[in-house]
Structure formats: C-alpha cells, structure tokens
Design a protein around this ligand. Structure first.
Ligand code: SAH
Length: 498
C-alpha cells in the first residue's frame, strides 16, 4: 500500500514511489519443505499448505501475509515497532500532516450540514485506522462544531490488528480502560464521553436503519487481497480439469467443450520457488534484487481453471470485454467489493430492506487508477524500500492498486439509495477543501522557521502531482445518499450548504 515516503512524521519529506511488480512466471517445480530453512514461520506454514493442496490464489497468499495470526504483517509488532513512520516501513498522509485529518473532519461536518443537521444517530466509522491519527485529528476538529459533535453516538474502529488497536486506544482514550464486548472491544474517548468501539470487520458494526454512518477508509482498500487473472487464447486454454483446494478435478464434458471454443481466464497462483533458485532463475526485476535473497515464493499462471477464474472475471462487463483480448491482465478484489457494498447499504439501505431516509456518507482515499482495471500492481515494501512481494511472508507490507470503478459499481449495485462522486485526485480534493489556507494559518502560529518549513513541505507533498508527490496517484471517492445528482459534495465540485 501507500506510495512509500521516507520522511519523519508530520515534517518534511523525501520519498520513493512504489512501483509495479511483474510476477515471475518461472515453471513450477515441487520442493520438499523438510530440509529447507524458511525465512519466517509463516513462510514454512504456507509452503506446507501449498505442498498439500497445490498452488494457492494470490489473494489467499496476500491475506495470510497481511493478517495471519502466525506473524501476518499487521498482526504483530516487528522488533517492537509498528509499520508507520521513519522507523517503520512507510508513512501515510495523516502521519505526514494533521491538516489531512482536519479536512476529512470538515468534509463530514459539511455533509452532516447538507443532510439536514441531524441531532442524533450519527456514527463515525473508520476502517483500517493505523495508529489512530486520522480519527484523532477528525475528532479534535469536529469537537469545534458543537451541534454535530453532540449528535455523534459512537465511534467505530474496524481494525484487524490487536497491536494497532492498542495504539489507537492509547491515542484516542489515554488511560481509560478497554473492555471486551460481544462485537470486539470498547473504551471512552478522551474528548467527550463518547464510546469508541473496535471490531475486526465492518459486519460486526451494528447496522440500524435510523443511524447516519459517516465512514472513512484511508489506505485500507489497497491492503485487501486481490485475485489476478490473465486471458489466454482458445488453443492454449483447452483443459479438461479444474484446480481446486482439494486438488485437480475433471470438468464436466459441457464446460470442457465450452472451453475449447473461447478464450479463458487463468488465475495467477503462488507456490514455493525451487530450492536454490536465483534471482535470474526467477526473473526478479532488477530494482527488487538489491541485497536480499531470492524470494521463496513465485507467481505462476494456473495451468487449469480455478473456481475463481470461472466466476470472478464474469461478474462485470468491464472484465468480460477483456477476455477476448488474449493476454489481458486484470486484478479483482472481492473483499473490496464487499466493503463498498456494506458502506452503500448502511447509507442507502438495500433493495430488500430500503432505508426510510438514506443518510450518512463514506469517503474512500487510496491510490489506484480512476477508471482502468489495475494490472501487475502488487507490490512489497520493507523499511521504505520496494522489495519482492513474494519475499519473507509477514515481514513485507503488501498492497495493490485500488480499482475505484469496481468499488463504485459494487456500491451502486448494492443500494438503490446511494450515488457515487469521484474519484478525484487527492490534490484537487485537498486544495478545494482549503488545505493551503489551513496550512498558512498553522504556519502563522509557528515561531520556528524549521517548523514552518515542515508544515509547508508536508501540505505541498500531499497535493503535489509530480512523481514523488501524493496529489495525483491518490484519489478520493465518495458514497452519498441518492439526490438525483442535484447536489455535489464539497471537494468534489460542490459548495458548503445547509
Ligand atoms: N488508515 C491508516 C492506516 C493504513 S494501513 C493510515 O492512513 O495511516 C492499513 C490499516 O488497515 C491498518 O490499520 C491495518 O491493520 C488495517 N487492516 C489491514 N487489513 C485489514 C483487514 N482485512 N481488516 C481490518 N483491518 C485491516
């Protein structure tokens, strides 16, 4: 995830941008897991599982690497540190400048005003809150808008990592105790007597037709697992078997016949590299070879269909159109679709259970293309450097581009009560939210020149459209109650109203 930025928190800035990784397609050979020394316990476990069931989808590999209880990237502190900041692996916008969170807070206030200033039933929900910095900056800002602040009934934090949950609790609640509840954990905000509730998935956040959820997901979607597919022409693709977790099975004669006639999708799958394989054998891209051992895993194209390759690329006309262009590559993140659907249903209700009055808003900030389908976008980051995503499972941050159009499609398909605005470039969003003016105000209050320079470097970094800036690659997209297109939200071409 994240363009990597080797900078100190909330100060000035030097950076490297995450690039694309092309998975090597070295031929799969089986290896014994017995004698081999694995870099992490998770690497050993993955290799044993793959030896038992065959190569696994990239999504399964990514999920294990990021959130496995056995040393997943987010699940434990590495050498006592979390992933963020100069000592960590990367840095994110809220950690660069407090203004980022302040403006997201103001965006919610503007939405709350535009939706009739509800006096109760407002919930703040953050998905993947990292160190909790964004929510802290938002709460501090919203506190200044008393009528909205008093309409907030609870803050929900959706967080998979126990150690980050603890860090968030320290920042938001100080020494207040944290108790276990039926949905997760709970404490009390230091700002007001506001309950802060942690769950591991948005599904556990209570859903109530009368509530107005204001949801933010910053650099969350890029951490969700992706499936990757390539279309192959009919002559290469005729297969009579399908690869499943229980091994290879014969296809029905009808499916096999259909496959003979038309191009097919094949899924990228992960398997251990042969013992002793070198970077050259594995075709590791040169920039990713630096001073680290060759990756222990490799990406190959499944030689037969998988349950995912038969199903996922058929769910949208965007993917179906590419099937007939041989060698097309696509990435699909079903978990991301599920989250976008969940946001939409909570704001707008569903066809089965329409909401009396759609209300609330979601803002998604992340990186990825505005309208194309991501390809070859999996990347690994360690200590502010790009490394192979197939290296040292659990020690490397994995992320992939977010498919904003797919999120919009998922949201609109899930709820008749919502509309989607954007994506717009982060630079454009933040500038129209007043980042420059806010930074100037902050700088006026600072006596030391160095600190003023820090604030200036940071805000410019967030909006810079150049190679090392975050203004262009990062995008903002909003899901709002349906208004027949009559109202545009602030930051997306609209004005503050209400
Ligand atoms: N929004 C923060 C952190 C981004 S890092 C910031 O911008 O600084 C991604 C965050 O999502 C981390 O808090 C990580 O623990 C969490 N996360 C990653 N995968 C998750 C999952 N599947 N479910 C819930 N949280 C997840």
């Amino acid at each position: 995830m994240r363009s990597i930025i080797s900078i100190q928190a909330r100060a000035c800035v030097h950076s490297t941008v995450r690039g694309k990784y092309r998975g090597s397609c070295a031929v799969l050979r089986w290896s014994s897991t017995e004698a081999r020394q694995w870099s992490t316990p998770l690497a050993k476990q993955l290799s044993e599982a793959i030896t038992a069931t065959g190569p696994i989808p990239l999504a399964a590999f990514m999920r294990m690497c990021l959130t496995s209880d056995l040393g997943g990237y987010y699940m434990s502190k590495k050498d006592g540190r979390d992933p963020f900041g100069q000592k960590g692996d990367f840095i994110t916008s809220p950690e660069i400048s407090q203004i980022f969170g302040e403006l997201i807070g103001i965006w919610f206030v503007a939405e709350w005003m535009a939706q009739g200033r509800k006096s109760k039933g407002v919930e703040l929900v953050e998905i993947g809150p990292g160190r909790g910095t964004l929510m802290d900056d938002m709460l501090r800002t919203i506190r200044n808008f008393k009528p909205m602040a008093s309409s907030i009934e609870a803050v929900y934090m959706v967080e998979a990592s126990p150690s980050l949950r603890e860090a968030q609790k320290q920042l938001l609640c100080g020494d207040a105790p944290m108790t276990e509840t039926s949905v997760g954990h709970q404490s009390i905000s230091k700002y007001a007597n506001l309950p802060i509730i942690w769950t591991e998935n948005i599904r556990f956040v209570p859903s109530d037709q009368d509530k107005s959820p204001f949801i933010v997901a910053h650099e969350f979607f890029d951490a969700l697992p992706i499936h990757a597919f390539q279309s192959i022409s009919p002559s290469d693709s005729a297969q009579e078997t399908i690869q499943t977790p229980t091994g290879e099975h014969k296809l029905t004669p009808e499916t096999a016949k259909r496959q003979l006639k038309s191009p097919q999708w094949r899924e990228m799958v992960v398997s251990p590299t042969p013992p002793g394989a070198t970077h050259a054998d594995l075709h590791t891209p040169k920039p990713l070879q630096s001073s680290i051992a060759p990756p222990e895993f490799q990406l190959t194209l499944s030689k037969s269909a998988t349950p995912h390759s038969l199903y996922l690329p058929e769910i949208s006309p965007r993917y179906r159109a590419l099937k007939f262009l041989p060698d097309s590559l696509i990435e699909i993140s079903p978990e991301s679709h599920a989250y976008a659907q969940e946001f939409a249903r909570r704001i707008g209700g569903s066809k089965e259970a329409p909401k009396k009055e759609p209300s609330g808003a979601a803002i998604i900030l992340d990186y990825g293309p505005s309208d194309t389908i991501p390809t070859n976008s999996l990347r690994g980051i360690r200590e502010h450097k790009r490394v192979s995503p197939l290296y040292s499972p659990g020690l490397v941050d994995l992320s992939a581009d977010v498919d904003f159009t797919a999120l919009a499609e998922a949201a609109l398909g899930a709820s008749p009560g919502v509309e989607v605005h954007g994506p717009v470039e982060q630079g454009q969003f933040l500038l129209s939210m007043g980042i420059k003016e806010r930074a100037e105000m902050l700088m006026m209050g600072l006596k030391e020149e160095e600190k003023r320079k820090g604030v200036e470097g940071a805000w410019k970094r967030l909006v810079d459209r150049g190679g090392s800036g975050m203004g262009k690659v990062y995008k903002a997209m909003a899901i709002l109650p349906e208004s027949g297109g009559r109202r545009r939200p602030v930051g997306f071409g609209g004005d503050v109203e209400g």
